[in-house]
Write a protein that binds this ligand. Sequence first.
Ligand SMILES: Cc1cc2nc3c(=O)[nH]c(=O)nc-3n(C[C@H](O)[C@H](O)[C@H](O)COP(=O)(O)OP(=O)(O)OC[C@H]3O[C@@H](n4cnc5c(N)ncnc54)[C@H](O)[C@@H]3O)c2cc1C
Length: 385
Amino acid sequence: MDFALTEDQAEIVKSAERFARERLAPDYMKREAEGSLDRALMREMGRLGLVAPDVPEALGGHGLDGLTAGLITEAIAHGDFNVSYVQLVNGLMGQLVARHAAPDIARHWLPRLVGGEVIIGIGLTEPRGGSDAANLTVRAEKSGNGWVLSGEKTSISFSDQMDAMILFARTGKPEAKARGVSAFFVPMDSKGIAKTRFRDLGTRPVGRGSVFFDGVKVPAENLMGEENKGFGQVMAGFDYSRALIGLQCLAAARASVDESWRYVKEREAFGSPLAQYQGVTFPLAEAETWIEAARLLCYKTLWLRDRKRPHTAEAAMCKWWAPKTAVDVIHQCLLTHGHFGYAMDLPHQQRLRDVIGLEIGDGTAQIMKLVIAREKIGAIAVQYA
Ligand SMILES: Cc1cc2nc3c(=O)[nH]c(=O)nc-3n(C[C@H](O)[C@H](O)[C@H](O)COP(=O)(O)OP(=O)(O)OC[C@H]3O[C@@H](n4cnc5c(N)ncnc54)[C@H](O)[C@@H]3O)c2cc1C
């Protein structure tokens, strides 16, 4: 077991940390008011090699491993949780496009994705529910030399900012459930697409909303992978994004804990710094422990993935435990700041609102626990399997 970073990892993490400290952290709260991501900032991250760095070199990427991508995501999220959605979403989509898109599509889009020039979103959830994801109704019908897409996706991150979407649509019979779902690459300037944006509790620079497909035509080569095999493809991808989400949320918690340690040394009560009261420092010491344990779990999950070893249960553990830990820790940090913590001027309230989104997005805690149970004892653990 070796916990040391390689020289290359240490170098790129240093660069990501510097970028997060100097370019992201100072405007984390200002960006919430702007309500969208600054494309120039994204391109800067692209130039520094901080977006989807694990896309293969032959397709315009840097060919790094998933663990390094996780370390970068963590560093960026420490400065601005919302900006790190670029690492999360483009990281996951980069892998799916590299593995399953037609070569022309991959060659056209991936260098721009890695360069921070475009956002590729994911369209899985539908109005009737996201947990039962295989039970989807958006349809793709064969027509001439292509496909026609119809229906509504909802709760989609970057709904009105993305440049393309990987859309999951039904190509088989409804009874076929997961085995009748295919994935399509859909440029968002295709005719027949309309978008909305929700009024959300947090993650406002990313935005979330519905995307409507009204007879949208895409060429045959925009089918990704094999017909009726799309669901399996995306689920394999989620094992990756679940570890990245864990690191994203823990980094936001880390930022609040760092600020809390500084605060308790300065603030005085009853004639002494707060730091001298163990009732104040013990919750922070506990937070340190939970963050460290949960991030090691995320690192291990990515390490297993890089070695092509099974990691579905570990990824689900990251996805339910790390966001919950982050929410609990940030809440504690807000309380540690007393009445100042409750004001909108400090970032803890924003971090709390932002991180709660990823307790739900990419699958809830209940669904993650079902995944873990299924991995341990098989289909008997999942009523609907
Ligand atoms: C911030 C954010 C970003 C998102 N981004 C995207 C995106 O980019 N693309 C996309 O496709 N989707 C996205 N989603 C949607 C997300 O994946 C779904 O919200 C999620 O899968 C849950 O689906 P649901 O909201 O329909 O809840 P439901 O499926 O309606 O579930 C409601 C509640 O019931 C529980 N529940 C459901 N079934 C079971 C069961 N069998 N056992 C126990 N409990 C159960 C759930 O855990 C949940 O608490 C995003 C959501 C959020 C909040």
